[in-house]
Every structure is written in structure tokens, then in C-alpha cells.
Design a protein around this ligand. Structure first.
Ligand code: IVH
Length: 668
């Protein structure tokens, strides 16, 4: 980046961060998450490192700790409130463990959940709650005794008359947060709820507190018999005194064991009733903790492993329009690559013309992007304060970027579509769909190979996959004998496929995997043939009327209409005939056995099996069983493959029946 440009960007970022911090810390009404503020700060730090001449003393990067709002009386903490240093990868975690082992030798580790809430310190005098403070800047906090007193699991009186200072996290459950509006996440909502002037507002919302750190205390606070020499002793002592402790903490004899805890909670965090943003690792022995000491901000004996952020900020470098297999034109933001939730993202969907207008996303804009589970990353919103001068609103193209034919907007749909059946953009996507996982599942035919085949003109429709020759494949870049043979073998293994997979692979609008399944059952009922063929399917579909299709349970007008329209297109009719010519064989869906050993049984599938999980799921469902994603007491069988992880452990814990593939097929 040029100097002048960097200077301007630094100024913009600084103002935006200060404004967002003010919203969050002072007004308690931030609409963006911590991950977003962190991401902006990271960009600012990087620019200030490259151009140190632009650092000013008031830059938000110069501040340690948080702002005090001035709404509540300030109170000096009895002992310094440390924060934790963060690690974001296994590597960094292992580095930390090595440092620990080097400094103190073999030791125990306590792992705790990193609760995503607000850090609060409680003072008890002679067993009575006398003060509750926010962390503030670590030295001085704000007095929020009036609201914290209303939190139901915070004892107003301990079981013993001791003096102590204890810190913990105040959190709001996912359920309680679900009933609230105006906050970006549960953590902000918890903070906003504690930092209320009126305690009756706090009392109405279901806050909870969990204690994890002992500060100053009278000798009586550590039980007379035993000195509190371990973090785990402290947690147990808290419980005896009546203080709430999160029950998921664990003690491990070695670092290797404690990593297991991390893996478990990375997988199970969704199922917790409250949010966590990571896992905390602490050396258990207090004397060893003391040996390690502190850095300027945090203890060396503990770290927080933070789960990858689901939201972050980046810059839109371009906006392109992609043509999908149904012709839908989807605007896509081409992004400066960033790490979100553990993977690098360089593109995010902008959905459609109306969305892009509503959000007013422009080239050059700084945007918040998010990724949730397996879904495609999306642009959440623009940060207008960071917009470059002279930017222009995006104009949606009138013509298809792939074939040049006009994009039309049909009826009240939000999307524009290319209606040219032979549009190369559409074809590429439909070919990829045909070989995708839920359809024919040819894993050797990825994007690069399909692009190569298209470029050389070896495939003009999906039936051409079945006539590919080794000579053709060897012409593609990077193809050698072995790779070509692999592709041919995997195509060969798909010359006979279940009808439902084939129907789904055709890419008829609104015919997803479930609809394809229903349609294949309905076609089977209409036929007496022992095996279907592409030609038979053509005949059956041609003879179906809208009314016939609408009688299928689960089908509406929209689906029926789409299938009827599809089969009327001459191109599609010819395609089915061509599948017949190239020798594709189809299979009817397996007959549902009404009463089998699996009727009403619940399965959980875990680990790597010899075929895709989807196939096992189908087998189970066809035999009257049901597949669930999570292990519980209600699970009848765990079907476990290789490298099964947390689910298998939980199953064993619950004493459930665990079976392998061989036993599974015997059950069937
Ligand atoms: S220990 C001296 N344990 O994470 C150690 N902190 O930056 C003090 N947090 O400010 C913190 N869960 O608000 C600790 N099990 C846990 C925690 C936890 C959440 C928060 C706490 C702290 C921040 C660390």
C-alpha cells in the first residue's frame, strides 16, 4: 500500500474502532461482534507496524484493557485482574505446553470452558456479598453490585463466614438471549444486562455466574484441613462454600490428555445451553503457577485456546456475477483473502440483485463476512465509514456474463436468470452437479478436471462422461496413465446408479435429494418393469400430468410444474435418450421393509466407513430405522468406523451398543 493511502486508511480505521468501542463499552449497544472489532484492530496494527510514523498516542492500539463508562462508581480491585493470552492453533498450544514443561517440569493441567460472557469479581466479607465489580482496566473496575445481586446463582451469603475475592464469568444462556433484541450476541447481551442502572431489568433476565479464580482471601477461606495447593482444589472449595462452578472442568495428568478435552468441546459446543468461545488450559499446581509468573497482561501458566472466529472483516476487491446450473445469476464478492472459522475465504455470496442493493455493497468497501457451519460465506454488512471516496453503487449486468444472452427476471423472483440452455456457464455448473456427492458421486471429477474436459470440448452434456477415453484424458494438463485410469475406473463404478441419485443429478429446479427420492418411488409405482432405464424414465415422465405429480405427498404445485416444464424441453428429452445409448443403467429404490429389526431404532454414525455416510443412512431408513446426529440415551446403535472421535467416547460413557460395518450388515 502507498504511504498516502495507508495514512488515510489508518485514520479511517482508528475512527471506526473508537466509535465501535464507544458503542460497546459505553453505550452497551454494539451491533457488531468482538470478532469484528478484533479484525479491524488487527488490520490497524499491521498498518501501524508497516508505517510506524503514523502511530499517535490516542490510537486504540495503544490501549490496554477496556474503557470505563462512567455510569457506575469506580472501585480499585484488591488484586490485579489478569486476562489470558490467546492461542489459535494446535501448534501454538503445543508451543505453550513445551514452555510450561521446560519451566516447571511435569505437571497436571486443568481444562475449563472459556465462557463467553462478562468477567465479574465478587467480594465476600464474613461470608456476605459486599461488592461486585467489572474487570474494567484490570486495576479499577465498576461497581455493579446492585445488578449482580439479582443473579440467581450468585450467593448473597456463603456457607462459611470467610473473607474472599473471587472472579468468574457472568453469562446469558442461548435460550435467554434468543428472547432478546438489539444485541449482536449473547456476550454483548450479558454485558448490557449487568451494566444496567435499574436492577429490576437485570433480575428479569436469566443471567448465571460461574466462578473460576480465587483472589485475596482470609486463611479460613482455604479449608483448615487442607491447603489449597491446586486449581482443582480451589474449584472444589468454591462449591463447598456455595459458589457456582462450571461442571465441565477436568484435570489431566499430561498435556496429551488435555488436548482430548479441546477436541471434545470443539465438537460439542453447539449442544451447550450457553456460548463458549474456547477452552482454557491452566497448570494445576499453584506452586508451579507461581514459578511461571506473568507477562505484562496475563499469567504464563494459563492460555485460552480460542475457537476460530465465525465473523471477520475484509475488503471487497471486485464483484462478479456467477451463473448457476439453473441459470440463476448470483453476485459474488471477490474478497481480500481472510481466515474465518479456520479456513481462508476469498469469495462470499451477495445472494441476488435486491440484497446487493439493500446492503449497498461496493467495490473497495470494507465488509463484515461470516461463515456458519457448512454454508457458503456471506457478506453481512458494509462498514460505510471505511468506504473509499468516489465509490460507485454496483450495477447488475443486463446480460449473462457467460453467453451474453439477456438475463431475465421472471415473475416475482428476486433472482435474474440466464434462460439459454446451452450457456457454457450453466453447463459447467450442471456438469459439476451431476457428478457431485448427492448425485453420481464421482470424486475424481473435480472442478479442474471438468474445466479441462470442457475446454478440450470432450463433454457437451453429462452423458458424455460415459464415453470418455483414456486418450482424451491423457491430453489434459497434469494427466498421466495412473490418474487417467483412476478417473475411468470411478466413472465405470457409476454405470449403474440408483434412480433417485440420477434424478437429483439432472438438476431439475426444486428437485433436491428428498424430492428425487419421492419421485423415484412414484415412478416405480407406475411401472411393471423390473429395472428402470433412462428411456423408461423419459416415457413415464412424459406421460405424467401436473395433477399426477401433485398427488405425491410432499409435492406442491411448484415442484410439479417444474418437472413438467423440464421434460417438455427437447434438449432434456434428447439427453435422456443419450443416457440410454451410452448404456447407463438405473436401479429402482429398495422396497421399504415395513417390519424389520431396525424399525423404530435410532442410529448414530461416526468415523470413517467404507462408503459415504449417506448410503448407510439410506440403508437404515429403508429398513425403518432413523439416523440422528447426536448421541443420547435414546440412541440404540452407534455405527462406528475408523478414527471415530468424541461421539464414540460419549457412547461408551453411556454404555450404548457400538457396532462395526460387519455387525451392521448382519442386522440388516
Ligand atoms: S481465568 C488469571 N478461566 O476470558 C486468570 N477466564 O482473557 C484469569 N474467561 O477475562 C482468567 N472463561 O473473562 C479464566 N474458565 C475461565 C474463563 C475465563 C472465560 C474469560 C475471562 C477473562 C478472559 C481472558
Amino acid at each position: 500500500m502507498k504511504r498516502e493511502e495507508a495514512k488515510r486508511r489508518i485514520q479511517q480505521l482508528r475512527e471506526e474502532i473508537l466509535r465501535r468501542n464507544y458503542e460497546y463499552f459505553v453505550l452497551d449497544q454494539s451491533q457488531v461482534s468482538e470478532a469484528v472489532r478484533d479484525s479491524l484492530k488487527k488490520e490497524l496494527i499491521a498498518l501501524e507496524t508497516e508505517f510506524p510514523e503514523f502511530i499517535t498516542p490516542d490510537s486504540p492500539t495503544r490501549r490496554v484493557g477496556s474503557v470505563l463508562s462512567g455510569k457506575f462508581p469506580k472501585v480499585k480491585h484488591k488484586s490485579r485482574k489478569w486476562s489470558l493470552s490467546d492461542v489459535f492453533s494446535m501448534e501454538e498450544l503445543k508451543d505453550w505446553e513445551e514452555r510450561v514443561l521446560k519451566a516447571v517440569g511435569k505437571c497436571q493441567f486443568v481444562t475449563e470452558l472459556k465462557l463467553d460472557g462478562l468477567n465479574i469479581t465478587l467480594w465476600y466479607e464474613k461470608g456476605l456479598l459486599v461488592k461486585a465489580l467489572t474487570r474494567g482496566d484490570g486495576t479499577v473496575g465498576e461497581d455493579v453490585t446492585h445488578t449482580v445481586r439479582t443473579i440467581k446463582n450468585v450467593p448473597l451469603r456463603l456457607f462459611e463466614e470467610v473473607d474472599l475475592e473471587v472472579s468468574g464469568e457472568v453469562i446469558l444462556s442461548k435460550k435467554a438471549f434468543g428472547n432478546m433484541e438489539g444485541f449482536a450476541n449473547a456476550r454483548n447481551a450479558a454485558a448490557g444486562t449487568v451494566r444496567q442502572l435499574d436492577p429490576s431489568v437485570t433480575a428479569e433476565r436469566d443471567l448465571e455466574m460461574y466462578c473460576y479464580h480465587l483472589g485475596e482471601h482470609s486463611p479460613q477461606a482455604s479449608s483448615q484441613k487442607k491447603k489449597l495447593s491446586l486449581q482443582s482444589d480451589i474449584l472444589e472449595r468454591f462449591k463447598k462454600l456455595g459458589l457456582p462452578v462450571n461442571k465441565e472442568y477436568e484435570v489431566h495428568e499430561s498435556a496429551a490428555d488435555s488436548i482430548h478435552y479441546l477436541e471434545k468441546w470443539a465438537e460439542w459446543r453447539e449442544k451447550l445451553p450457553y456460548e463458549i468461545d474456547g477452552v482454557v488450559f491452566k497448570v494445576n499446581e499453584k506452586n508451579k503457577q507461581e514459578l511461571m509468573g506473568f507477562t505484562a497482561k496475563s499469567p504464563r501458566y494459563a492460555v485460552a485456546y480460542k475457537f476460530p472466529a465465525q465473523q471477520t472483516t475484509t475488503v471487497v476487491e471486485g464483484i462478479t456475477v456467477q451463473i448457476g446450473r439453473t441459470g440463476a445469476a448470483t453476485p459474488v464478492a471477490e474478497l481480500r483473502p481472510v481466515l474465518v472459522a479456520g479456513s481462508t475465504v476469498s469469495r462470499a455470496t451477495l445472494h441476488n440483485e435486491d440484497e446487493i442493493k439493500r446492503k449497498d455493497v461496493r467495490v473497495g468497501d470494507t465488509v463484515i463476512i461470516q461463515k456458519a457451519g457448512d454454508v457458503i460465506p456471506e457478506v453481512v454488512e458494509v462498514l460505510p465509514a471505511l468506504r473509499p471516496a468516489h465509490s460507485k453503487a454496483f450495477e447488475f449486468p443486463r446480460d449473462c456474463p457467460s453467453c451474453g444472452s439477456p438475463l431475465s427476471r421472471i415473475d416475482f423472483e428476486a433472482v435474474r436468470r440466464c434462460t439459454n440452455m446451452e450457456c457454457p456457464g450453466r453447463q459447467r455448473e450442471s456438469f459439476l452437479h451431476f457428478v457431485s456427492r448427492g448425485a453420481l458421486d464421482v470424486d475424481t471429477l473435480g472442478e479442474k478436471v471438468v474445466d479441462g474436459l470442457l475446454e478440450f470440448g470432450f463433454i457437451k452434456d453429462p452423458a458424455d462422461f460415459f464415453t470418455l477415453t483414456k486418450e482424451q484424458l491423457l491430453e489434459l494438463p497434469l494427466f498421466k496413465e495412473k490418474k487417467a485410469q483412476n478417473v475411468l475406473d470411478s466413472i465405470d463404478s457409476r454405470r449403474t446408479v440408483p434412480l433417485e441419485r440420477f434424478l437429483y443429478g439432472l438438476g431439475i429446479r426444486f428437485v433436491g435429494e428428498q424430492v428425487a427420492k419421492l419421485l423415484s418411488q412414484c415412478l416405480q409405482e407406475q411401472s411393471t418393469d423390473s429395472n428402470p432405464s433412462p428411456k423408461l424414465i423419459l416415457k413415464l415422465l412424459k406421460n405424467s400430468t401436473r395433477e399426477d405429480l401433485e398427488t405425491i405427498e410432499g409435492f406442491g404445485e411448484r415442484i410439479a410444474e417444474s418437472i413438467i416444464q423440464w421434460i417438455q424441453v427437447p434438449y432434456n428429452q434428447k439427453l435422456l435418450e443419450k443416457f440410454e445409448t451410452v448404456g447407463l443403467k438405473l436401479l429402482w429404490p429398495p422396497q421399504k421393509k415395513i417390519i424389520t429389526g431396525l424399525a423404530g431404532k435410532t442410529f448414530v454414525i461416526t468415523g470413517t466407513l467404507s462408503r459415504p455416510r449417506e448410503e448407510f443412512k439410506t440403508l437404515i431408513e429403508n429398513a425403518g430405522g432413523h439416523v440422528s446426529g447426536s448421541v443420547s440415551k435414546k440412541t440404540d446403535y452407534i455405527l462406528a468406523g475408523e478414527e471415530a472421535g468424541g461421539k464414540l467416547d460419549k457412547a461408551k460413557e453411556l454404555g450404548l451398543k457400538v457396532i462395526g460395518e460387519t455387525e451392521f450388515f448382519q442386522l440388516l
